[in-house]
Design a protein around this ligand. Structure first.
Ligand SMILES: N[C@@H](CCC(=O)N[C@@H](CS)C(=O)NCC(=O)O)C(=O)O
Length: 237
C-alpha cells in the first residue's frame, strides 16, 4: 500500500501544498489504493513533501513520484495524447509549478496578514523565533527566485499573464489538452485551487477570478477528484 506524506486539509483546500494535492489527484487518476499520513518535509528523501512510501521504498518529488507509479503499476497518465499534447502538458506544468507556485508562496508568506492566519499555523506551539526564522527563510528563497524583489501588484501582474495564457489554452475544452484528461490536469487543478481558495484574499486570486473558464475547470476537477471535500462545505471560489 502506498503512503502519501501530506499536511492534510487546510486553508479550505484538500492540502495546503499544491504538490501534495497534485500527487493525490494522480493517485486517484491511476485508481491506486493509498493512504495519507502526516509526515513533514524533513522526513522525505528530498527534504520536501510530497513523498511516498511504497512498501518501504521512499520516493520524493511529485514528478518522480508520478514516474514511479507509472513504471511500477504500468500506468500512463497521458495515455491517448499525441506527442504535441504531451509537450504542451509539460509546458503547462512548468508554468504552474515554476511560475504560479511562487506567486502563491508570495501571497501566503510575504503578505503579513496572510502569513499570520496561514503558514504560521505550521509552527503552532513553537516559539515565535522559530516562526519568524521560517518566514525569513522563505522570504530569502523568494528573493533568490526573483519574485521577492517585486511588489505584490507586480507579482499579481505576472501571475495574470500566466492565467491569461492558461485560459486561452484551455478555452472551452474539458481538460487542458482537450477532451482527454492527463497528468498535467492534476498539476493545473492543484495550482489553481491553491490560488482560488477564499481563505487568502489576494490580488493574485483577483487576477485568477477574471478567468471564468479556469474557475469552472477548478470546480469541475474538485468535484471529480474530491467529491467528499466538495460536499464537506469547503469551496474553491
Ligand atoms: N519539486 C517539488 C516541490 C515540492 C515543494 O516545494 N514542497 C514544499 C511544500 S509546497 C515543501 O516541502 N517545502 C518545504 C521546504 O522547502 O523546506 C515537487 O514537485 O514535489
Amino acid at each position: 500500500m502506498i503512503t502519501l506524506a501530506a499536511f492534510g486539509p487546510l486553508f479550505g483546500l484538500p492540502d495546503p501544498s499544491p504538490f501534495v494535492c497534485k500527487t493525490e489527484v494522480q493517485l486517484r487518476m491511476a485508481d491506486l489504493p493509498y493512504r495519507t499520513e502526516r509526515r513533514g518535509p524533513p522526513q522525505g528523501p528530498k527534504g520536501k513533501v510530497p513523498f511516498i512510501d511504497d512498501d518501504g521504498l521512499l520516493v520524493g518529488d511529485s514528478t518522480f513520484i508520478r514516474d514511479h507509479i507509472e513504471a511500477r503499476y504500468g500506468i500512463d497518465l497521458d495515455a491517448g495524447l499525441t506527442p504535441r499534447q504531451r509537450a504542451l502538458a509539460w509546458m503547462v506544468e512548468r508554468v504552474v509549478e515554476d511560475h504560479l507556485y511562487w506567486a502563491t508562496v508570495y501571497a501566503r508568506w510575504a503578505v503579513a496578514e496572510n502569513f499570520d492566519k496561514g503558514p504560521s499555523i505550521f509552527f503552532e506551539g513553537a516559539p515565535d523565533a522559530v516562526r519568524e526564522a521560517a518566514r525569513e527563510g522563505m522570504l530569502r528563497t523568494l528573493h533568490g527566485q526573483g519574485f521577492g524583489r517585486h511588489s505584490l501588484a507586480e507579482v499579481a501582474d505576472l501571475a495574470d499573464r500566466s492565467f491569461a495564457a492558461l485560459s486561452e489554452i484551455l478555452g472551452d475544452q474539458p481538460y487542458i489538452t482537450g477532451a482527454t484528461i492527463c497528468g498535467a490536469d492534476a498539476t493545473l487543478f492543484a495550482g489553481l485551487a491553491a490560488v482560488l481558495t477564499p481563505f487568502f484574499d489576494t490580488p493574485v486570486r483577483d487576477a485568477l477570478l477574471r478567468h471564468a473558464n479556469l474557475i469552472a475547470y477548478t470546480q469541475r476537477m474538485m468535484a471529480q477528484f474530491y467529491p467528499e471535500f466538495t460536499t464537506s462545505g469547503a469551496a474553491v471560489a
